[in-house]
Design a protein around this ligand. Structure first.
Ligand SMILES: C[S@@+](CC[C@H](N)C(=O)[O-])C[C@H]1O[C@@H](n2cnc3c(N)ncnc32)[C@H](O)[C@@H]1O
Length: 272
């Protein structure tokens, strides 16, 4: 595998994952004549869902933002055939969203990426600047304190232990322990509430859904570089990915499981 193959696309195409993003979009609602931001747009899966809901409304604008030029290229490809409102692609850090957006937006979607951002207060100040008064911020994440249902801990532990063993036996490699990556510094739903309220937002909807994730989902996330780097720091991507995928398949078979649950948090907040 070449490094550019460790993208998010394969995982993002899982039906259960698309459904999580679709549910968030429907919870916030989108309409014609709006200026909508898709923050950390990745490969464009969310952008495409927004476009579908706008049903060809030509007076809407979607601004798809990501810091990765590779992701923006994939997003453009994903939306090649979309007949719709204008989609603008902007390469920017999410921490500078107000500059990237220029005119203020009706809604900012921020799917599956808030856990990457170390300074969430600064981020919320920026998102607030990018929104009209009364504008909405809608985000979701499966990396929060509470994402692992207690009865899935056994799976998680066995999977990691098996993958580490495969890595050692088949490749003679070990994990290099370092500082925790940011996506592991996870907030509770209550901490998200306080953060939003302290930074000029009011939550209008909040849900946690327990999602049965099939083996393919866990295997595909093991092919995404951010996940691999978090789970097996300091190990070459191809070897780490192979060990995680083999470990996943073996533990699913041994535990005779079809799914392992994961909790997804989704929040819609309004700029007050
Ligand atoms: C897990 S993907 C989520 C993609 C998409 N939002 C979705 O839900 O399918 C995370 C994305 O966040 C982007 N990203 C992470 N940190 C970022 C930052 N500080 N500024 C801009 N983009 C960032 C990555 O490049 C990647 O495309």
């Amino acid at each position: 595998m070449t490094p550019e193959e460790f993208t998010f696309t394969k995982f993002a195409n899982n039906a259960f994952y698309r459904r999580q993003n679709a549910t968030l979009i429907d919870m916030a609602g989108v309409g014609s004549g709006q200026r909508i931001v898709d923050l950390a747009c990745g490969n464009g899966g969310v952008t495409k869902l927004i476009v579908e809901r706008l049903r060809g409304a030509r007076d809407s604008v979607i601004i798809a933002i990501d810091h990765s030029s590779e992701m923006l290229r994939l997003a453009m490809e994903e939306l090649r055939d979309a007949r719709t409102a204008a989609v603008q692609y902007v390469q920017s850090q999410v921490e500078q969203v107000s500059e990237a957006v220029k005119e203020s937006a009706d809604t900012v979607f921020f799917c599956n990426a808030i856990h990457y951002v170390p300074d969430k207060e600064q981020l919320l100040t920026e998102i607030s600047r990018a929104l009209k008064p009364g504008g909405k911020l809608a985000f979701n994440t499966a990396f929060f304190d509470g994402a692992h249902p207690p009865d899935t801990m056994v799976f998680a532990r066995k999977w990691m232990m098996r993958s580490v063993r495969i890595l050692r036996r088949e490749h003679g490699l070990s994990i290099v322990r370092s500082d925790k990556v940011e996506s592991r510094n996870q907030l509770t739903p209550e901490e998200y509430r306080e953060l939003l309220e302290d930074n000029g937002f009011r939550i209008v909807k909040q849900e946690i859904e327990t999602v049965p994730v099939p083996m393919e989902g866990w295997r595909d996330i093991s092919g995404f570089k951010d996940f691999i780097g978090g789970a097996m720091p300091g190990v070459p991507m191809d070897k780490a990915s192979q060990a995680l995928q083999a470990g996943c398949e073996q533990i699913f078979a041994e535990m005779k499981r079809e799914f392992v649950d994961r909790n997804w948090l989704r929040i819609v907040a309004v700029r007050v």
